[in-house]
Design a protein around this ligand. Structure first.
Ligand SMILES: [Zn+2]
Length: 135
């Protein structure tokens, strides 16, 4: 249940902790913190590097499935398909940028919850990994 709550918040580009505050103030620019609960979105420098894995992974997965299906299924000839896929792998990550960051924030909240998470499944009051010693 908690996973789907965080996934829904991520898809709606909302704060993973409260689900109310928006993540973006522009097309690409993010708020530093939630306007409702004050949660700082970037936990540490380079935090959003992880969103690249989501962006790249989805782009590669879709391309790896679509290319052979369209080519060997006989739907599109090889050259037009190649150029279409080339355009896709350049354009799609730009459109996915916001949701990749939002999904990364949701994954982080799911994996290492911050205090004060509200909604279905109750309130998370402590970080699951907060008691691990710093390495
Ligand atoms: Zn919030």
């Amino acid at each position: 249940m908690r996973f789907w709550k965080l996934f829904r918040r991520a898809m709606m580009l909302r704060c993973p902790v409260c689900g109310i505050g928006g993540l973006f103030k522009g097309l690409l620019a993010m708020h530093d913190s939630c306007s409702h609960c004050g949660t700082k979105f970037e936990r540490e420098p380079g935090f959003f590097l992880g969103s690249i894995y989501i962006n790249y992974g989805l782009t590669a997965l879709i391309t790896a499935i679509a290319y052979p299906v369209l080519l060997f299924g006989g739907y599109v000839k090889e050259q037009p398909l190649l150029w279409s896929m080339l355009v896709f792998v350049v354009i799609f990550p730009l459109f996915l940028h916001r949701h990749a960051r939002s999904l990364w924030l949701g994954f982080d909240q799911w994996h290492d919850p911050r205090e004060g998470e509200t909604g279905v499944g109750g309130t998370v009051t402590a970080s699951a990994n907060s008691e691990k010693p710093a390495v």
